[in-house]
Design a binder for this molecule. Structure first.
Ligand code: ATP
Ligand code: MG
Ligand code: MG
Length: 406
């Protein structure tokens, strides 16, 4: 196996599951985050390499870089300036022409500003919801934009958005002022409302360093298309495969996702969120340059998990060794249910407890301590021969989640 050490900016649940995959492969992973971050709790192998600090602080990122061969992310809200400097100092992994920062900081810089991300995709004719930058916080600015794209529209923060924190649906003129108030002091853009019939997602593995849309077939692999259900802008459920969606659509989603990801520099897994419209056309909602919530199901339901694929894809001696077919479903169907925090600090434990009565339910708890409403505390994946078998298994747990939330 590889003898390289991987450094991850951020140590939440995505980092934690990446560490689990790396452990099996005997690959060392060093984490930059707070002392008891979820990814550090389970990673003693490289404990001497962990850095206590923040992925947003340049001096901390430099310390992590000095302890690792390859640097990657579990979150896109990182300081790309310091990564640019680090690349100037030492671009490649020792003895190779493989970039140390994977995927490229340039990719992260483009993606971390959602408006820039959308403009980038537009250059390659990848369809997205029409987006207009909000240049002023004056209500009139947004009114003019609404005249162009209509109501409802989604007012979004260009940066630092996650779990819908940064989104504000604007249904009519009277919502403009509260929307601007709620998102005050953030750089904003407005997005045309997508009247989707379903949200889909595809995890894509990019194994080639260069960006070239022409070579999307050789530079990327796709995981299956999945259906995602969001509640209050937070992912709640993932269905693999999507329910009642034709093969033509699931294949078109995979192809669109691969083409979109092929335009970015560097390697690793990318999460591509899509809207399926009434006429069966697809638009990209957003792309994450890292493992993604909609890919948790791959741990139990695919030949190779998104976390293992990410670790391999960023390493010089592993990326070209991910075989075609490794990303396919290895079960008939799977459903992933997020366990979110509820009104009490321990509300989410009720769901974890109920999952014990479901045969074959795979429970993942993230070690985050006290729950808060909407905080991702864990997830459960059930697999089966058919979707109806999975639905029957997960049904009582969904009811429990809804009860906790109420
Ligand atoms: P995350 O990164 O956690 O996925 P986020 O904060 O970046 O979330 P988005 O993915 O932009 O937010 O939006 C969250 C959800 O809000 C989407 O999955 C979708 O349900 C809804 N949404 C976003 N944009 C639009 C739109 N233009 N029209 C209709 N619904 C939208
Ligand atoms: Mg997002
Ligand atoms: Mg999203």
């Amino acid at each position: 196996m590889s003898s390289y050490t991987v450094g991850i900016l951020g140590g939440g649940q995505l980092g934690r599951m990446t560490v689990e995959a790396a452990h099996r492969l005997n690959i060392k992973v060093a984490i930059l985050d707070s002392e008891s971050a979820p990814a550090k709790q389970i990673n003693l192998v490289a404990a001497d390499k962990h850095v206590t600090g923040s992925f947003a602080k340049s001096s901390d990122v430099k310390v992590l870089a000095s302890r690792c061969d390859v640097l990657t992310y579990e979150i896109e809200h990182v300081d790309t300036k310091v990564l640019e400097e680090l690349e100037e100092e030492q671009p490649f992994v020792d003895g190779t022409e493989w970039y140390r920062i994977q995927p490229s900081w340039k990719t992260v810089r483009t993606i971390q500003d959602k408006f820039v991300q959308k403009s980038h995709l537009a250059k390659f004719d990848i369809s997205t919801a029409k987006s207009i930058a909000v240049g002023t916080s004056h209500p009139q600015g947004l009114k003019d934009i609404a005249d162009q794209i209509g109501f409802p529209l989604m007012l979004k923060s260009r940066t630092e958005a996650y779990d819908g924190r940064g989104n504000y649906p604007v249904k009519s003129v009277s919502d403009i002022e509260p929307a601007l108030k709620a998102l005050a002091d953030r750089p904003l853009y407005a997005e045309k409302w997508a009247h989707f019939k379903m949200e889909l997602a595809v995890m894509v593995v990019k194994t080639a360093q260069e960006a070239s849309i022409e070579s999307w077939e050789s530079s990327t692999l796709a995981y299956p298309t999945v259906e995602t259900i969001h509640e209050d802008s937070i992912c709640k459920l993932v269905y693999a495969p999507p329910r009642d969606v034709s093969k033509k659509v699931t294949e078109a989603a995979q192809q669109l996702a691969r083409r979109a990801v092929s335009t970015f520099l560097g390697t690793g897994v990318f999460g591509v969120e899509l809207f399926l419209l009434d006429d069966d056309s697809l638009v990209v909602n957003e792309i994450a340059p890292r493992p993604h919530n909609s890919g948790h199901y791959t741990i139990e339901a695919c030949g190779m998990s998104q976390y293992e694929a990410h670790i391999k894809a960023i390493l010089p001696d592993q990326a070209s060794r991910i075989p075609e077919g490794a990303t396919d479903l290895s079960v008939g169907a799977a459903i992933m249910l997020n366990i979110l925090g509820g009104p009490q600090p321990d509300s989410h434990l009720l769901v974890e407890d109920a999952a014990r009565d479901v045969p074959g339910a795979h429970v993942h708890m993230y070690g985050k301590g006290d729950g808060r409403p909407g905080r991702k505390m864990g997830h459960i994946t059930v697999t089966g021969f058919s979707m109806s078998e999975c639905e029957n298994k997960i049904h009582p747990l969904i009811q429990m989640v809804d009860a906790v939330r109420a």
